[in-house]
Design a binder for this molecule. Sequence first.
Ligand code: 5GP
Length: 180
Amino acid sequence: MNNDLSAVLFEENVIRMRIRELGTELSKVYAEKNPVLICVLRGAVVFLTDLMRHITIPLEIDFMGISSYGASAQSSGSITVKNDINIDIKGRHVIIVEDIVDTGLSLRFLIGHLDILSPASIATCVLLDKPEAHKIDIHIDYVGFEIGNDFVVGFGLDFNEKYRNLPYVGILKEEVYIEP
Ligand code: 5GP
């Protein structure tokens, strides 16, 4: 385990098994629908690449970048689009692929942003959800794992752009991100 972590929450094989289940479910629900998976950069990249390989039906992928926490472990509250999607999603079935839901504000922003482009449907698929941290009432269609209020890294999730390459999800020690 990386020395900056206090614990490993989900080992690589556990994540892999859960993503396979999600892929199987999405393959059934979206059969004949040719969905567009919209990956939220950069944290969801690892999740997307694993998830899409467990989806057995035709699909397309696209990417969206929104402002993130930057070097802080606290939400900044204001969200802006950094990179928009390229595919025309009018009449398409969209699945937003996100790494983690904390307050829920990013996901609500993304849904609103994509909804005005008139897709046939929008679903949300997140690897990790922190239900106790939600600040708004938000429905998530597909959740990998529910977790507590710890700040986690690995499997695409970063702190200050570090730890994305860890193959597991772990809890970052508070001393790493809380100023003394
Ligand atoms: P929300 O808008 O739901 O508060 O935050 C969503 C975004 O905050 C995520 O996409 C992620 O970038 C960041 N975030 C929230 N909680 C965590 C966490 O525990 N670890 C990391 N690495 N990022 C987090």
